[in-house]
Design a protein around this ligand. Structure first.
Ligand code: HL5
Ligand code: SIN
Ligand code: MN
Length: 270
């Protein structure tokens, strides 16, 4: 699959692009089932909410579950990613942000590349985020909100906030959150846009776009998978210990597409 010139222009100018229902209902059912299975795997890759035992995020499921190993190699995703990067790509990060019904908490306003530059000493923002909706996402269950065009200003700030980290497992956006003052100026200039759509919809977004999301107040979940692909020539050069493999991928070989039915019994790829 390839993006049109118009779609590429939209991605470059807005910093995101929505592809309506790129995956079908049966595929989404299979991915949801794989997520239920993977959420039960104990380990540091599983991040829980601060005030409850609900799952907030699960990292690196593509290394454990064949459905996700297949998904990250789908030509429907890798085609557009290679086009946008104009290079070969590998998986920098894989996470599913779960946002449970009624209780799933929000994500502070931030820019992803600020985290990766700081935590992994990543040189260039040569990455593409691919969000896959596991649920219908609307104004009720905490959609990701973008500040369109904000990626073109580069990083608003570098480094993390003073005080304790919100999580030992990953950089929680709270640790690199933009201030109300910074956000007011950005929203004055660019406005806001919430990424809504049916389950199976995909949103591609830039690693420097300002984004965040509100808590889930609805009686249904908001499960969003975010796979981040990096240019194979842009590998991180961490100062000291690299972060764990569940949060920053170490297999930097060019990812090959696998075109198969995601629902069918998969060959073992993990
Ligand atoms: N949790 C990610 C990490 O790399 C960073 C955030 O949305 C991406 C800011 O630890
Ligand atoms: C993120 O930026 O990682 C979180 C966005 C979300 O899941 O709403
Ligand atoms: Mn983010």
């Amino acid at each position: 699959m390839q993006l049109s010139h118009e779609q590429i222009r939209t991605y470059r100018s807005q910093g995101f692009l929505i592809l309506d229902r790129l995956f079908g209902q049966e595929e989404i059912d299979a991915l949801r089932a794989a997520f239920v299975r993977d959420s039960a795997v104990p380990g540091d890759q599983r991040v829980v909410e601060r005030d409850s035992a609900e799952v907030r995020a699960v990292y690196a499921s593509h290394l454990r579950q064949p459905e996700f190993a297949g998904l990250v190699r789908s030509p429907r995703i890798l085609g557009p990613v290679r086009q946008l990067l104009d290079s070969e790509a590998y998986i920098y990060q894989f996470k599913i942000n779960a946002k449970a019904p009624f209780s799933g908490s929000g994500w502070s306003w931030h820019q992803d590349f600020a985290a990766w530059q700081m935590a992994d000493n990543l040189a260039e923002p040569r990455l593409v985020n691919v969000g896959v909706f596991f649920d219908d996402i609307d104004e009720f269950n905490g959609p990701v909100i973008f500040c369109p065009g904000s990626h073109r200003d580069g990083l608003v700030k570098k480094g993390r906030a003073e005080g304790d980290a919100a999580s030992e497992q990953h950089v929680d956006p709270e640790d690199i959150a933009l201030t109300p003052g910074e956000m007011t100026g950005l929203v004055d200039r660019h406005g806001l846009f919430s990424a809504k759509g049916a389950a199976g919809t995909v949103v591609l977004f830039d690693p420097e776009i300002v984004h965040g999301s509100a808590p889930n107040m609805a009686p249904f979940p908001r499960r969003l998978l975010i796979v981040t692909y990096n240019d194979v020539a842009n590998v991180p050069r961490p100062v000291g210990e690299p972060r764990p493999e569940y949060v920053v991928g170490r297999d930097t070989a060019p990812l090959e597409t696998v075109d198969h039915d995601l629902i069918a019994e998969l060959e073992v790829m993990v």
